[in-house]
Structure formats: C-alpha cells, structure tokens
Design a protein around this ligand. Structure first.
Ligand code: ZN
Length: 294
C-alpha cells in the first residue's frame, strides 16, 4: 500500500498539464471514488491542482478551459455540495445502513447506497448529484490587539457617549477589549474604554499580525504536497518535522526528510529522482525476497 502511494505521488509530479487537468476534472466529478471521505477527495484534488499550476501552468489551465472550467473558478480545497441534476435543488439524500456497534454502544454507518434521491422533484438516480462549489461568505473579522475598531451604541442611561468613536484595541480583558480612542480636538488626554466584543465593528486588523503559519513555511512545496496526499491525507495536518516523526510512520518521515530544503531538494526533477530512487531501493528488496521464495 505504501509503495502504491509513492508511485501515485511520482506519477502526479511527472504528469503533463493536460493529463493533470483531466485527472482534476475526474476527481471533482466522479460519482464513485476510492477516497475515504469527501474531504480526502478535496485534498487530493487540491494537490493535483497545485501540481498542475506549478509544473505546467499554461497547458494545465488550457486543459481545464477545454473541460469547461472558467479561469480562476477552480480554487484549491474548494468545498463542494451535491445539487440535483434535474431541478437544481440542494435537498438531495442517499439511503444508508447503520448497524449497532456493541463496543461503541452506538449506531455506526456500515453502508451507503449509490442511489441518490431529490426530495424536491423526486428524481432518483446513481448519477443525480451535480457537484458544485460552495460559496462561503467571508468570515467576520475577530477583534484582536492592534485592530482598528468603531464602537457600536450600547444601552447606557443617558446614551452611550462613546458610540461611533474609533480607536485601536490595546489589550484584551476578561470582559472585553480595551480600546484606545482616537482623540477629538477637544480632548486633552487619550481615553481608553473597555468594550465588549459584540459592540465592536472591526475596521481593519493589525497591519503585521503574528502569523501562526510560520511553522508551515518550514516545508517546501514538495513536502506540503507529500503531506497532503500521503496515506490518503491522514497526515495533512503536520507543520513541522517533529510532528512528522510523531506520526510514527517511517516511510512518511523518510519522504518528508528526502524532500526537504536542507537536503537540497530544490526542483521538481530532483524530487522525482529521489522518489524513483526510493522506489528502486524498495523494489530491489522485494525482488530479493522474491528470489528467496522461489
Ligand atoms: Zn430535483
């Protein structure tokens, strides 16, 4: 199984733009697939998309365009939803079987029927689902130290004298955020007001927030793709080599080290050469065992 992963990974890295475009299309549209979950399928599709963009951009995009994708419409890791092919409704369901699990003391899903049914128009078919992208509204900004904010009117006896005032969050307290208000021409000292989060409109976040992704930047693109695809995406969460080692999968650790920057894996041909070398080494051992068997 592990060797199969190396092979798939190497194949993806080597494939041409048009091939990757077809693979991406098939991943996004296949009614049946071998992935354990829709999330795993989306992760793998994102890897294929990323490799296409990285290795053979123009031909990959041309391939996608031929398949009816609009430029820019194929965001990686894009969430999808099933829509009825007949009427466009999102109320599509599939029947499934659950069985009682004595160990878990709960019902667990043991099977799912291919047939999908539209609750709106009543259509039924194995190919009813048209997988469409989910449009998500942008996440509201969360208050943070350094953010520019405006105070929304609070209910106060005699009115909220700070309503509409703007300023900067300087500290987070137990009951809200301390906002250093911009001074008005008449003020002599700068005021700080404690405001509960629901009464803050975030105008902008700090220009240079501390990014928690600094760790991720330690991985080069080959390592990120490897983590995303290896084992069906089981280890896609890793951000450091320590976390890789903690996964306790020696082959995964080996690949992540082989593909690392400090090991001078800087370009695609080198990444492919290393994987092929590893594949060769494993094959050599397999061949040897084969000889002993016979
Ligand atoms: Zn329908």
């Amino acid at each position: 199984m592990r060797i199969r992963h190396i092979q798939i990974f190497a194949d993806v890295l080597r494939a041409s733009g048009p091939t990757l475009a077809r693979e991406y299309h098939s991943l996004m549209t296949a009614e049946e697939h071998e992935f354990p979950s829709e999330a795993a399928r989306a992760r793998y599709a994102a890897v294929v998309h990323a490799v296409g963009m990285m290795t053979d951009t123009n031909r990959f995009l041309a391939g996608l365009a031929d398949l009816g994708y609009e430029a820019g419409a194929t965001a990686s890791r894009a969430p999808v939803k099933p829509v009825c092919r007949i009427c466009g409704s999102e109320d599509v369901s599939r029947n499934a079987t659950v069985r009682w699990d004595q160990d878990l003391q709960d019902w667990t899903l043991t099977g799912m029927f291919d047939n999908a049914t539209c609750d709106d128009c009543g259509a039924e078919s194995d190919a009813l689902c048209d997988w469409q992208a989910v449009e998500r509204p942008p996440a509201p900004l969360e208050p943070a130290v350094g953010a520019r904010v405006r105070i929304i009117e609070r209910s106060r006896i005699g009115g909220d004298r700070f309503k509409g005032r703007e300023g900067e969050i300087i500290r987070q307290g137990r009951f809200g955020f301390y906002v250093r208000l911009d001074m008005t021409p008449r003020e002599r000292v700068q005021k700080v007001e404690l405001v509960e989060a629901p009464f803050l409109t975030i105008l902008s976040l700090p220009a240079d927030p501390v990014l928690p992704q600094q760790d991720t930047a330690m991985f080069n693109s080959f390592q990120r793709q490897c983590a995303a695809v290896f084992g069906g995406g089981d280890f896609a969460h890793v951000t450091t080599l320590d976390e890789v080692r903690a996964c306790d999968d020696t082959l995964f650790t080996f690949l992540m080290i082989e593909l690392s920057g400090p090991e001078d894996c800087t370009d695609l041909p080198e990444a492919v050469r290393r994987l092929e070398q590893a594949q060769c080494d494993i094959q050599g051992v397999l061949d040897r065992f084969g000889e002993e068997e016979s």
